[in-house]
Ligand binder design. Structure first.
Ligand SMILES: *Cc1c(COP(=O)(O)O)cnc(C)c1O
Length: 385
């Protein structure tokens, strides 16, 4: 029998008709009761003036529960508030947790859009499978994100900023045995953001991880799980200690092939105009930005090789001029030029250390599409407001 679950959050309600793990239909309805203490327009304007990254949050959040035997239920769009967790909650001990990162953009005509949200939904489920967690129907994932963006649309900055969205799920069983949880909470929160890097940084200085790797074949490199980030923090600290902005990891088996940064994929532009990026071999995260950059570069007539590139080649190609530009990319940082590479044995510059021409062209094309200023040939933009 189809089950109808309905729960009221503060001020807003979500109706979801499910059968097992299948969503039959869902519909958002907004109750008339207002948020108990919404941020005033003046306070919000002050927060939006200089939000930085990931430290300002909106008024609402979405939560949906999953229980073995019942599937997804109790979907609530309500006031953003802390979780109450038993100290033995599984996620706190064994890190059974996954997340996504996406953004809502204000377009030049005042609308609000998401960028390829169904790609994030698909990747979330690949991460869930790898971590032994419940998968979520794509329409519920995207519907939850859309509902939050609608509720907090006034928090989407205009200009260069955007509303960073963080869907995530975690194990909620209260149990210290090691096994996949039989219950999960899915949640979406939102954070208005400006630039990812401190203002004035035009090209990144990258540290090559020394003695640390991020992911091995058969491991969790392709999954967006918190554990991958925890495992990368010591290398990031090593980068900071060496006055670098970010760390780049080499492969775990040979310590030779460039993989990716802690939270961004990496591209190289050769002197002949071809691009190169490490292949998706299971140890790197399949970025939506990476896939979009590959498409945009090909649209512009460039050859893109998804082929391994070694640190030694990178160094000698930078010195000989065979490699002209390098950049990192991801939703948070968009496209960020790499100007200098520092490693245990010294450092080298990428060309003159300033952002390259193709790097800047790809950045303006991608952000132009996201802002509705450039024709969206591939149907990537998903209008919400
Ligand atoms: C999220 C992430 C990326 C970038 O993915 P996008 O979909 O482009 O945001 C790259 N590498 C890692 C390790 C990531 O976690």
């Amino acid at each position: 029998m189809p089950k109808l679950s309905k729960q009221r959050g503060v001020g807003l309600a979500f109706r979801l008709r499910t059968m097992g793990d299948r969503v039959l239909d869902h519909q958002w309805s907004f109750a008339e009761q207002a948020h108990s203490h919404p941020t005033s327009p003046e306070a919000r304007a002050a927060l939006l003036a200089n939000p930085g990254f990931g430290r300002v949050f909106t008024d609402h959040m979405v939560t949906v529960q999953w229980t073995e035997g019942h599937g997804w239920h109790d979907a609530v769009l309500g006031e953003r508030k802390p979780f109450m967790l038993d100290p033995a909650t599984l996620v706190l001990h064994y890190a059974q947790e996954i997340f996504e990162g996406m953004k809502a953009y204000r377009t030049s005509n005042g609308g609000v859009v998401l960028f390829r949200p169904e790609e994030n939904a698909r990747r979330f489920n690949k991460s869930a499978e790898r971590m032994g967690m419940a998968t979520i129907p794509e329409e519920l994932f995207v519907g939850a994100v859309e509902a939050l963006v609608r509720a907090d649309a006034d928090w989407v900055p205009s200009g260069e900023g955007s509303l960073y969205l963080r869907p995530f799920a975690f194990a909620t069983d209260v149990f210290l045995g090691v096994k996949p949880s039989s219950s999960y909470t899915f949640c979406v929160i939102a954070s208005p953001v400006g630039g990812y890097f401190k203002p004035g940084v035009s090209a990144l200085t990258i540290w090559v991880a020394d003695g640390y790797t991020r992911a091995a074949v058969g491991g969790t490199g392709f999954a967006k799980c918190g554990g991958n980030y925890a495992g990368g923090l010591a290398a990031q600290a090593q980068a900071s200690a060496n006055d670098c902005d970010q760390v780049v990891f080499l492969d775990a088996a040979e310590h030779r092939w460039i993989e990716e940064l802690g939270g961004m994929n990496v591209f190289f532009v050769m002197a002949d105009g071809t691009l190169r990026t490490p292949p998706l071999s299971g140890t790197i995260l399949p970025g939506v930005t990476r896939a979009s950059v590959i498409q945009l570069a090909r649209d512009a007539g460039h050859t893109v090789n998804e082929a391994p590139y070694s640190f030694e080649e990178w160094k000698s190609d930078a010195e000989s001029g065979r490699m002209r530009e390098a950049f990192a990319c991801g939703t948070a940082a968009v496209i960020a030029a790499i100007g200098k590479v520092r490693h245990g044995g010294g450092e080298f510059l990428i060309a003159d250390g300033k952002p390259g021409q193709l790097t800047e062209q790809l950045l303006s094309k991608l952000t132009g599409i996201q802002r509705g200023q450039v024709n969206d040939e591939h149907g990537w933009v998903h209008r919400v407001v």
